[in-house]
Design a protein around this ligand. Structure first.
Ligand SMILES: Cc1cc2nc3c(=O)[nH]c(=O)nc-3n(C[C@H](O)[C@H](O)[C@H](O)COP(=O)(O)OP(=O)(O)OC[C@H]3O[C@@H](n4cnc5c(N)ncnc54)[C@H](O)[C@@H]3O)c2cc1C
Length: 478
């Protein structure tokens, strides 16, 4: 460690790395501090169940890393990262025998939706085709759009609720597929902005796929770390940051942390008005997470379900809407909407030969300690009879355990704060540059800044871009 750095970044999640890499690549001397004993934040993989099994502790599916205007420019393949694609990106079972699906081809996905083929194409085509332009305008802070007509088109659909957009569809397959995409927003489907989340996830699925990282999501973190170090960046593990006095001299401090964590740090010298804004910041709902070691693949009978890396398990749209509405009212759904990944089916390195891993979570009220194992497993069993018989071991995380594992998941909220209309772009403060804090030398770069949750690094990129300009008169753009 040196006596002085241009910038110190706290937290080695995707956003911490994006900020650190951007600043280091501009010739600055930077240090990345991490409380845990390994890098990665939400990108770690660990042997959570039995020896020989590798589980993605948090993020598993990486459309947003590929769709990220910043991460997609980094030479991460030269540092060991490769992606694995399943034949289908996503399957959505409707019964043991039936499932809707999403694959790379928008045309074949739409064709399978029969009467809704045209409505599906009309909804997604403009954004799939023009993703690079759209990404610039939506994956960052509010500002004058570079492509105003495209943004207006996106806004006219994305600022509706998932339920409103669903009225364009007639078939249960299209409605369910759409509801599952919107369900990632961790909001009731009647909320404005759920359509924006569905549109983004569907569009990037068709444009880039929903791949797994070969070997586990840790490969994304390791590649970011290796690239950062190749530029001369320094990483210090096992170093929880609690007080600014503990740090070497530095010009800029970049916090890959959420408001609740920032408020607990000593010596940041934040103005009372700004602290009040952080105190008023709202979390969303939490999650309950399970990982399994399995003796066999999940016994799905539907062939799309067998061949998809990700599954949305929750049945028809009305059921998913009910489950998500209950959670937002502080209740647990008896039949929750379950997001599931069966990584080892497409990446055999994740489990001993012939055996398998699976990963799943459902949404629960913020801070819930309820064990949702039975509810999640019953939902999977409903579409894959015999699933429970394959379980060799399981690992579970309630919201408290998840926050203890990574303090950025406050109350089990994996998006760094609710992503509703009032907080999507003004996170965590009402400003066009919410990465700046009231202290000119301190910036926020976590998913509690725009554009929010996911492994895309765009919060970190924008925070670093602004800090570079403010302090070093360096202008960067994508
Ligand atoms: C179960 C689960 C499933 C998910 N699935 C997906 C998915 O499939 N695809 C996807 O794109 N996203 C997914 N996500 C979301 C994604 O992981 C997060 O949105 C993303 O990791 C947020 O990145 P970040 O850089 O802001 O923070 P994080 O990745 O949370 O990193 C923060 C880091 O800061 C460190 N830190 C915090 N406080 C301190 C301190 N005081 N001192 C030092 N270090 C500190 C933490 O230890 C951590 O390493 C999932 C999340 C979870 C939990």
């Amino acid at each position: 460690m040196l006596d002085r750095y241009d910038a110190i970044i706290v937290g080695s999640g995707p956003n911490g790395f994006a900020a650190a890499i951007l600043m280091q690549s501009q010739g600055l001397k930077t240090l990345l501090l991490e409380a845990a004993d390994s890098v990665g934040g939400g990108m770690r993989s660990k042997s959570l169940t039995l020896p020989g099994f590798t589980h993605d502790v948090c993020a598993a599916i990486h459309p947003m890393a590929l769709a990220s205007p910043y991460f997609s420019r980094l030479p991460l393949q030269d540092y060991g990262l490769s992606y694995t694609y399943a034949p289908y990106e996503l399957a959505h079972p409707l019964s043991v025998k039936e499932a809707a699906f999403l694959d790379r081809s928008m045309e074949s996905t739409a064709a399978a939706l029969g009467k809704d083929s045209q409505a599906y194409t009309d909804l997604f085509a403009p954004f799939v085709q023009q993703w690079p332009k759209l990404a610039h305008d939506i994956l960052g802070p509010l500002r004058m759009p570079r492509h105003p007509l495209l943004m207006a088109q996106f806004g006219s659909k994305g600022l509706q609720s998932g339920t409103q957009i669903a009225s364009r569809f007639q078939t249960r397959e299209a409605k369910a597929l759409w509801a599952g995409l919107c369900g990632h927003g961790m909001l009731p489907l009647s909320s404005l902005t759920t359509a924006a989340i569905g549109l983004v996830l569907g569009s990037v699925g068709h444009r880039f796929g929903w791949p797994l990282a070969q070997g586990g999501s840790q490969s994304v973190a390791n590649a970011l770390a290796a690239y950062y170090q190749s530029l001369g960046g320094e990483i210090l593990l096992n170093t929880p940051f609690t007080d600014r006095k503990q740090l070497p001299d530095h010009q800029v401090l970049m916090l890959n942390m959420t408001p609740k964590q920032v408020l607990a740090i000593d010596g940041l010298d934040l103005r009372p008005g700004y602290r009040r804004q952080l105190e008023a910041y709202r979390q969303g709902v939490g999650i309950f997470k399970l990982d399994w070691a399995l003796s066999a693949p999940i016994p799905f009978q539907n062939s799309y379900a067998q061949q998809a890396a990700t599954l949305h398990i929750g049945g028809e749209m009305a059921e998913i809407a009910r489950a998500e509405a209950l959670v937002s009212q502080g209740k647990h759904a008896e039949q929750p909407f379950v997001l599931l990944s069966q990584q080892s089916q497409f990446d055999p390195s994740r489990a001993p030969k012939g055996q398998h891993t699976a990963w799943a979570y459902c949404h629960v009220p913020l801070g819930s300690t309820q064990d949702c194992t039975a509810a999640i497993e019953a939902q999977i069993e409903r579409f894959a009879p015999g699933f429970r018989d394959c379980i060799l071991a399981r690992h579970r995380f309630n919201t408290h355990e998840l926050e203890a594992y990574n303090p950025n998941y406050v109350g089990g909220d994996i998006n760094g704060g609710i992503m509703d209309l009032t907080q999507l772009y003004t996170r965590p403060s009402f400003s066009l540059t919410p990465y700046r804090t009231s202290n000119r030398s301190i910036y926020l770069s976590s998913s509690a800044t725009p554009p929010g949750g996911g492994v895309h690094g765009m919060c970190g990129y924008h925070a670093a871009r602004i800090a570079l300009e403010d302090h070093f008169h360096i202008k960067v753009s994508l």
